[in-house]
Design a protein around this ligand. Sequence first.
Ligand SMILES: C[S@@+](CC[C@H](N)C(=O)[O-])C[C@H]1O[C@@H](n2cnc3c(N)ncnc32)[C@H](O)[C@@H]1O
Length: 263
Amino acid sequence: MLRELFHFFVTPCPKTYRRLGYLSGLIAIQGRYKRVADHWRTHLDNSRQLILHAAAQTPQRNKVVVIGSGLLLDVPVEMLAKQFNTVILIDIAHLISVRLLCMRHSNITLVEHDITGLAEALLSYRRGESLPRPQAGLPAVAQNADLIISCNILSQLAITPAQYLQQHFVVDGERLANWRQEIIFNHLALLTEQPGQRVLLCDVFHDYLDRNDNLLYREDMLHGIKIGDPEQQWRWSIAPEGELDASYRLQATVSGFSNWSWP
Ligand SMILES: C[S@@+](CC[C@H](N)C(=O)[O-])C[C@H]1O[C@@H](n2cnc3c(N)ncnc32)[C@H](O)[C@@H]1O
């Protein structure tokens, strides 16, 4: 708890993102990772390998951009810093541990940026208005990358905005579902516009399993949006029994593409 409070107060993070709950979410990921690191290892290794494979295939290595760099658990950042002239890491915030690591490399730039373009509009949203439109955009420094990596972020993009709306307003379920799809679609459209090689790593399903491995519930994390047949797919034990609840565990299915394009 003290550790969480420390990070909450010392991490540089725009006020808007704090108010929407993004920073607390990022700190919570760090807490969960510390508790269940062994269960995440295969997923993190697979993600790093796929990124390195994509980097090896990238003919020109001037700039690499990572969207959703977070705690850099699934990003081989030191290798990328060796292989590319410039590394741009984009997330809502960058915790102290990430800042200390990146200070060792003069070619890494950290950017605090809301990749959905929704944060400001959400805070000024009023009841009865149409929901704000996502406007995914890259900061100038991240334009024209040779390699761009959407790093296990796609399924997360709609979660915090939808939670904020549900906490403060009554929003029709179908309207919210369409809006979630629009946010995901908008991110994929942003990736499509990029000139370089595009890595897409994302969790596509969340399975809730009981002690006997019976499937209790499957959640479609992309809300019906099809991203194509993955080059690689694996399971990620996000929360073993006891982490969320004593009676079930949560396992994701992750899809990986080293050069994604619309199917
Ligand atoms: C599941 S984590 C990805 C894991 C991360 N690559 C790592 O190694 O720690 C999702 C990341 O997306 C970030 N994120 C969520 N919504 C975002 C947004 N609208 N703009 C930028 N980053 C966002 C979160 O802060 C978090 O770091």
